[in-house]
Ligand binder design. Structure first.
Ligand code: PLP
Length: 378
């Protein structure tokens, strides 16, 4: 079976993990944590980055930093992972889900404009497949009412919008290092803090509401409880694994691009024949080959294609189910139809794409898809 994903393990990973052990400091905020954080802060030019146990945790930290309270409105796409929504739901926010673009799963800025009010406290763009949301209109809308912009950049490491790294354009950016993402440490994440004004509080919330980090820098004589917070920091063992991936970042993405481009070239004829759509990448977006997907005409076709691929030993998987229609949220939604989000829920299918996918295995995937549409290789 060709899996959908297989987590990459760089050669140096186990050596770094051993090094973290030998240092005698395996809990959070150790040497590898600092190495990962400063590498990404410098590379992306943001004020501060904090390693977290997941992107989910980074989003929760962001929601706390925005001081979201009951009744505050938060605008987000319906076609996203539950964590985007949960982080704000946990704070009692009123969630306002908006539709995707007609030709891309990303949120439509025109639809965002329609639901803005003076109670809008945050807008949460999700850069699906590492393809940028059109950020300029989002930033303008947020500025008009003084709302925060929190980027769910879970899939967006190394991707950009008009040359600016994703995750550093809004006030906060949340990245994921889950094993399914381009670089990973099993479970992990990162909060990017764009401006200096939020750094001090971010560090405190991250360290269980204490000023421990400032204490270790020698800025205070002792540390104590100064705000709310939680334990958002991962063990340094995980940071060691992450560091091995960050060192290989360019090699990983180069390989993913080869695979992505080959899928595009091979499957584009199916779009021309009217069978499906291949991914759209707008001119303002520099993507990161995170995911290759196709959009079928309807759900039954997708189900038949999944089955066909399974018979050919290929695991292809669909993605999010619209959150506005979920069992938890359906009776809380205001009733606006979100047809594009629903269509991507029903019709989008992701193909295997990971660093160690061999050329010959990718050829099997491509042949199996072409064969389904009767464009067999004989
Ligand atoms: C993967 C993902 C998350 C969650 O990341 P974790 O690190 O697993 O918490 C959130 N949002 C999006 C868009 C994702 O793809």
């Amino acid at each position: 079976m060709i899996p959908f994903n297989r987590p990459f393990l760089p050669e140096r990973a186990l050596g770094y993990i051993a090094e973290a052990y030998r240092s005698g400091k395996v809990s959070g905020d150790g040497a590898f944590t600092k190495r990962c954080e400063s590498f990404l802060a410098e590379r992306y030019g943001c004020h501060r980055t904090l390693l977290t146990t997941s992107c989910t945790a980074a989003l929760e930290l962001a929601a706390l930093l925005c001081r979201i309270q009951a009744g505050d409105e938060v605008i987000l796409p319906s076609f996203t992972f539950v964590s985007t929504a949960n982080a704000f739901a946990l704070r009692g926010a009123t969630l306002v889900f908006v539709d995707s673009l007609p030709d891309h799963p990303n949120m439509d800025p025109v639809r965002v404009a329609e639901v803005m009010t003076n109670r809008t406290k945050a807008i949460v763009p999700v850069h699906y497949a590492g393809v940028a949301v059109d950020m300029d209109p989002i930033l303008r809308l947020a500025r008009d009412v003084g709302a925060f912009v929190v980027e769910d950049a879970a899939q967006a490491v190394e991707a950009c919008y008009r040359g600016r790294p994703l995750g550093t354009i809004g006030d906060f950016g949340a990245f994921s290092f889950h094993e399914t993402k381009n670089v990973h440490c099993g479970e992990g994440g990162l909060l990017a803090v764009r401006s200096a004004e939020h750094v001090a509080r971010a560090e405190i919330l991250w360290e269980k509401g204490t000023n421990r980090r400032a204490f270790f820098r020698g800025e205070t004589a002792k540390y104590g409880w100064v705000d709310v917070g939680s334990s958002f920091l991962p063990a340094d063992i995980l940071a060691a694994l992450l560091w091995s991936q960050l060192e290989a970042l360019e090699e990983i993405n180069a390989r993913r691009f080869q695979l992505w481009e080959r899928y595009l070239a091979a499957l584009h004829p199916l779009q021309q024949a009217g069978w499906l759509q291949v991914p759209v990448v707008p001119g303002f977006a520099g993507h990161n080959a995170h995911c290759f997907y196709v959009v079928l005409h309807d759900e039954p076709t997708r189900a038949r294609l999944i089955k066909h691929l399974q018979k050919r030993e290929v695991l292809a998987v669909f993605h999010y189910q619209s959150l506005h229609a979920s069992p938890y949220f359906a009776d809380k939604h205001d009733g606006r139809p979100l047809p594009h989000a629903d269509r991507f829920s029903d019709c989008l299918l992701r193909l295997p794409l990971f660093h160690d996918l061999r050329d010959e295995d990718q050829a099997c995937v491509i042949d199996a898809v072409l064969d389904f549409f009767g464009i067999g290789i004989g």
